[in-house]
Design a protein around this ligand. Structure first.
Ligand SMILES: CC(C)(COP(=O)(O)OP(=O)(O)OC[C@H]1O[C@@H](n2cnc3c(N)ncnc32)[C@H](O)[C@@H]1OP(=O)(O)O)[C@@H](O)C(=O)NCCC(=O)NCCS
Length: 139
């Protein structure tokens, strides 16, 4: 269980990244833009798995709170959890932390994805709660 901003979430830290030279800013620490790109992709994959639809778009991201930085050679991990299922949308909470020290690098309270059809219009996803791959893929 992770304690973040008065919330307690069971985050799934699925994806790890090894901070490499091409990920750094001119100060020699992890470039925020690289991290946000990784988070957006990870959150999209999480959403696709939860909603069972590969056509989803990022709608909204709340305040991003960079708490600490990462440096060359650090291993970081990204944690996500769905905090709300709307009619066509899903809201996620995100935390990124140093895998070794567990120090929090950033938190994002709300990332909203919208489920869309082939014409890019929002469509209901019909989901109301988190599912797990062991249940989703069982025959
Ligand atoms: C996503 C998009 C299709 C939604 O269109 P829209 O006209 O806002 O649709 P709606 O008003 O019906 O809202 C759709 C859902 O988003 C939610 N939403 C809309 N604006 C929001 C906001 N600012 N913050 C949080 N949620 C929001 C709505 O509450 C609704 O959720 P619900 O059905 O679960 O209640 C449209 O805004 C779009 O194409 N945006 C560009 C997406 C994009 O290119 N992203 C970057 C690349 S992935």
């Amino acid at each position: 269980m992770e304690e973040v901003k008065n919330h307690t979430y069971n985050l799934n830290f699925h994806t790890r990244k090894w901070v490499k030279p091409e990920d750094l800013n001119p100060n020699g620490t992890l470039f925020g833009g690289s991290l946000l790109k990784w988070i957006d992709e990870e959150a999209a994959i999480y959403t696709i798995c939860q909603l069972g639809n590969s056509k989803v778009v990022t709608k909204y991201m709340s305040e991003i709170n960079f708490l600490s930085s990462a440096k060359l050679g650090d291993i970081i991990e990204m944690g996500l959890i769905a905090t709300n299922f709307g009619r066509t949308s899903i809201t996620l909470f995100c935390e990124v932390r140093n895998k070794i020290t567990r120090q929090s690098i950033l938190t994002i309270n709300k990332i909203v994805f919208v489920n869309i059809d082939e014409n890019f219009n929002p469509i209901p996803h019909g989901k109301t709660e988190i599912t797990y791959s062991r249940d989703r893929f069982k025959s």
